[in-house]
Design a protein around this ligand. Structure first.
Ligand code: PHE
Length: 515
């Protein structure tokens, strides 16, 4: 049989008080009321132990009720407790005297507290002194004595004697053996949930209870149906991820293929030169672009293509006069954190141009780009771009506008406006504005254009192939959709992670402006 570890603590206070708990409950099952003071007295128990046990029963629920009372009583002083244990001074003096011959007085007076003991024994007529001998002899005057003081102290201690005005008590008070005390005691009665079986109620049903069948008899803690439930923990997506999914879905519905965007590090050739961005363009400045120090350069490029790009910049080619400047190889070799996903599109288009026969294609990407920006409530040094492109024969600006209407309609934006713009790699170029019904104003939603022949022809496309493209940030529409005014509430170290959890699974776009 297994012995529980609990057996090693048998006789501990907890065990004592739990058996006292049972006794008290048994007492109350047959008596209407329990007075802690008299209960302790009857059982010869320490009153504090009884009170403590009552308290612990009360903590188990609505088993008993108690009411506090105070009353005056008498108690033993510390000195009296010594006398209770060792006998009174006068009794000890009497006992110290040999029954037949007596004792020399100086010898007797060496005993502890001999002065009081001697005086008290003399006044009680227990002793006589023979002063004729030198030194004087003290002898017993009676054969036996009773230690009445000790007996009285015993009765007071056992609460048999509590009347502070009793003659013998007054006497002890004068001797400072007894003092008045205030006692706090309790009267205890049964309460609604009274039971003599008060095992701590179980909070949970366990598999052991089911197996043993003890669930039928176990005392369960009542369920609190008013308690607030714990929110189950669950994962949640960041708003940027949710909006990214929406955009991806729209592109996929429109038959676009996702481009591989898994390189944050790009070189200037694919990020700028291949996009007909001159080497002195301000976007290529350290103020705008993050340059890498290690590895600082890329040296492997498709050589033939690189030469064509160089030519179109420096001297002009493919019917263009180019920029007419001294194009430098080391400038194109510089590694950067890509500043736009158009670098991804460029690589993709170059690959497409290498295919034997041209095939029309629709591509999209959504990923991170990096710019050396001054951070404010709408700008971060890294953000996400959404980009789409279509390569086909003889596309026009009308095709671009048509595709943009189709794309933005899927996002719920039906009113669009276009404003002429400039990009080194597109001509014509257009900024896209949409009327936001919620905010009740026109907001810029993206940039677009038709890639220039200076970009496409060096890749190897024939002249009748045109490419229309557009790009926008992911953060801006996310902020509008989720009502976030400061981009730092959306990304970065100050983001409150609960924001993701609070955001609804479904959004209703507000019909009226809240501004
Ligand atoms: N690359 C542009 C930007 O970063 C967006 C763009 C993409 C413009 C494609 C025209 C065509 O803003």
């Amino acid at each position: 049989m297994a012995t529980s570890k609990g057996s090693t603590v048998s006789g501990s206070t907890t065990e004592k008080s739990s058996s006292l708990q049972a006794e008290i409950l048994l007492y109350l099952s047959t008596n209407n009321e329990l007075n802690t003071w008299s209960y302790a007295k009857e059982r010869g128990l320490d009153h504090q132990l009884v009170v403590g046990t009552i308290r612990s029963i009360e903590s188990l629920g609505d088993v008993i009720k108690s009411e506090q009372h105070t009353s005056r009583s008498i108690g033993l002083t510390d000195e009296a407790k010594g006398l209770l244990r060792d006998g009174s001074y006068e009794y000890n003096i009497f006992q110290a005297i040999p029954a037949d011959k007596g004792i020399e007085q100086p010898q007797l007076m060496k005993l502890p507290n001999a002065n009081i003991g001697f005086a008290k024994a003399m006044s009680k007529g227990w002793l006589q002194v023979d002063k004729s001998s030198k030194p004087p002899m003290v002898k017993r005057k009676v054969d036996t004595v009773q230690d009445e003081v000790q007996h009285l102290l015993q009765r007071i201690h056992s609460l048999e004697l509590t009347d502070s005005s009793a003659e013998e008590v007054v006497e002890l008070k004068k001797r400072k053996l007894v003092e008045d005390v205030t006692i706090n005691y309790f009267t205890v009665t049964k309460s609604a949930g009274f039971s003599t079986n008060i095992s701590k109620p179980e909070a949970d049903l366990t598999s052991e209870m089911l197996q043993s069948g003890s669930w039928k008899t176990v005392n369960f803690k009542p369920k609190n149906f008013h308690a607030k439930g714990l929110l189950p923990s669950y994962g949640c997506l960041h708003p940027l991820l949710k909006v990214r999914t929406e955009y991806r879905q729209i592109f996929l519905e429109m038959g676009f293929t996702e481009m591989p965007t898994n390189n944050f590090v790009e070189n200037s050739f694919w990020n700028f030169d291949a996009l007909f961005t001159p080497q002195k363009h301000p976007a290529r400045d350290v103020q705008d672009t993050f340059f890498l120090s290690d590895p600082a350069v890329t040296t492997k490029f498709p050589e033939e293509y690189l030469q064509k790009v160089k030519e179109v910049h420096a001297t002009g080619a493919f019917g263009s006069i180019g920029y007419q400047y001294d194009w430098q190889l080391d400038e194109t070799q510089k590694n950067v954190l890509r500043t736009h996903t158009t670098a991804v599109s460029t690589r993709m288009l170059y690959q497409l141009a290498q295919e034997k026969t041209f095939r029309p294609a629709k591509y999209f990407s959504i990923d991170k780009v990096f710019r050396n920006e001054n951070l404010d409530s709408t700008h971060l040094a890294e953000f996400n771009q959404i980009e789409g492109l279509i390569a086909d024969y003889n596309l026009t600006l009308g095709d671009l506008i048509g595709v943009l209407y189709q794309f933005f309609r899927k996002l719920g934006m039906t009113k669009l406006r276009f404003k002429p713009a400039y990009n080194p790699y597109t001509e014509p170029s257009m900024e896209i504005f949409s009327y936001h019904e919620g905010l009740q104003r026109w907001i810029e939603v993206g940039n677009s254009g038709m890639f220039r022949p200076e970009m496409l022809l060096p890749m190897g496309f024939s002249e009748d192939v045109s490419v229309i493209a557009w790009g926008l940030s992911l953060e801006r529409p996310t902020m509008i959709l989720y009502g976030i005014n400061n981009i730092r509430d959306l990304v970065g170290p100050e983001v409150d992670l609960k924001m993701c959890r609070r955001n609804p699974i479904c959004r209703v776009i507000p019909a009226k402006s809240e501004e």
